[in-house]
Ligand binder design. Sequence first.
Ligand code: YSA
Length: 349
Amino acid sequence: MLGKLDEIRSKAIDELSSIGDLRGLEDWRVRYLGKRSALTQALRVLAELPLEQRRGVGAVANEVKAILERSHRQKKEALKEKAYQQMEAAVKFEKIDVTLPGRPIPLGRLHPTTQVLRQICDIFLSMGFQVVEGPDVEWDYYNFEALNIPRDHPARDMFSTFWIDVETPSGELPMLLRTHTSPMQIRVMERTRPPVRVVVPGKIYRYEATDATHETMLYQIEGLAIDENITFLDLKGTLYEFARCLFGSQRKVRFRCDYFPFVEPGVEMAIDCFACGGSGCRLCGGSGWIEILGAGMVHPDVLRRVDYDPDIYTGFAFGMGVERIAMLTYGIEDIRLFYSNDLRFLRQF
Ligand code: YSA
């Protein structure tokens, strides 16, 4: 038994000296100190030896175990130190090729609607307008009542509405997703005195069927200018100048009478169709023109409602659809492309 223990010790120490990495060392530990190792087996049979032999052999077996454990610890330390030195040397002598091209960072970009919206705001900023914003969820009062569109007024049919599911005790629905940016005319005038010159960009919502030129969620930009002596000429001059800045002087602009309860008189402005050049196509519905905004002189009743004296102050307002303008700017034939999340479309802008 003593001879066997001596043999285990010298074989283990021999093998240990040739081990060069931590993985090899772990294999060695399992082989010589693990549960199934020859040494553990030898320690197990100790119990079967007569008492006088057991003492002597037991002491030797424990001593061999202690030697192997100590050797294992020392070897582990030495191997760790060696690995650390190798790493240090690698870092010291490693060469970095600074001429290698870097990995491209994927960059996002602004949505075409946002790009056009910013261009439009910049044009009006250059004319002295301020940019303000308002809530998407609006009261019936601001969206309709204050703009001369009372309940049961036929003009409410023009603004197919998403109502918010909150009822008053009398069963009315007083909140909605705004159907245009015009409610901001009232909010701005309620909190400022003339002169007023603002543009209001923002989302609006229409509960209607979609087609090549109609969406249920879209952006509008509202404009409002109130002061003494503002006339229809100012309205036309401002909107012509806007169209010239955005589309260039070649594009044709058309004004026609239109009806909005909150203006008197009211107009719509259209640009000649980019797709057919004015001869008529599917996009412009055969008319040769694409309507981009409604406008007019602010109605005296609207001014009175916010305590502006219509005998002193007059003003004009307009509201334009941003996607329709982006379509004209980029030659896009279907408005539904804007929000269908197709990256092949969006990456072009
Ligand atoms: C009129 C007079 C004012 O003094 C001030 C503002 C206005 C505009 C009014 N509030 C309004 O919303 N008129 S509108 O219903 O004709 O819409 C204005 C513009 O928004 C349209 O010319 C069109 O460019 C765009 N638009 C309207 N509904 C749309 C739409 N664009 C895409 N999809 C829809 N469903």
